[in-house]
Design a protein around this ligand. Structure first.
Ligand code: S3P
Length: 183
């Protein structure tokens, strides 16, 4: 988890590949369900309706018994206490921590994220950081700074933290923590 633009989907997809796990992006699952882009759904039904659906999808996707899964969650999912409890208790949460300035560089031309379609997106990102950073930090089991490292370095950093915590053997990683990720 982490703020929008921090690389959750890209890092998550590569982490899943390295772990031999399935990857799902909760936003994409949601878009398939509502049959329209999130931005359009926000405009037509409002943020509360979106958050209700998001909570439902996160609850479903984190139920036990499924195959190993890496799940990327929308940046705002941390706002609901039910999501925070569910993610912290049922999953291993990795917080991709990014500064508002770094995110602004990546997202200044974004047209898809409803919360950033404002006159001053940098101010909005700073506000989101102030509000959400403590929540991400509270829910996370592991944290990595996204600043300079490449995606594969970030994935290595995450895997090393998980390996040190003894989480990888159960996921069948064998030689997964190698300096050279699979292409
Ligand atoms: C949101 C982030 C988006 C998406 C929705 C709301 C938010 O996901 O869920 O637009 O509140 O920060 P990403 O973090 O993947 O952009």
């Amino acid at each position: 988890m982490g703020l929008p633009g921090g690389g959750k989907s890209t890092v998550g997809r590569q982490l899943a590949r390295r772990l031999g796990a399935r990857f799902l992006d909760a936003d994409i699952v949601l878009e398939e369900r509502i049959g329209m882009p999130i931005r359009a759904y926000f405009e037509q039904h409002g943020e509360v309706a979106f958050r209700d659906l998001e909570e439902q999808v996160i609850d479903e996707l984190t139920r036990e018994g499924g195959e190993p899964l890496v799940l990327a969650t929308g940046g705002g999912s941390v706002l609901r206490p039910a999501n925070r409890a569910c993610l912290h208790e049922r999953t291993t949460v990795i917080y991709l921590r990014s500064t508002p300035e770094e995110l602004y560089r990546r997202l200044r031309h974004d047209t898809q994220r409803p919360l950033l379609q404002v006159a001053d997106p940098l101010a909005k990102l700073r506000e989101l950081y102030e509000q959400r950073h403590p929540l991400y930090d509270e829910v996370a089991h592991y944290r990595v700074d996204t600043g300079r490292p490449s995606v594969s370095t970030l994935v290595n950093m995450i895997m090393m933290q998980m390996d040190m915590a003894g989480l990888l053997p159960a996921m069948g990683h064998d030689a997964a923590v190698s300096p050279d990720p699979a292409p």
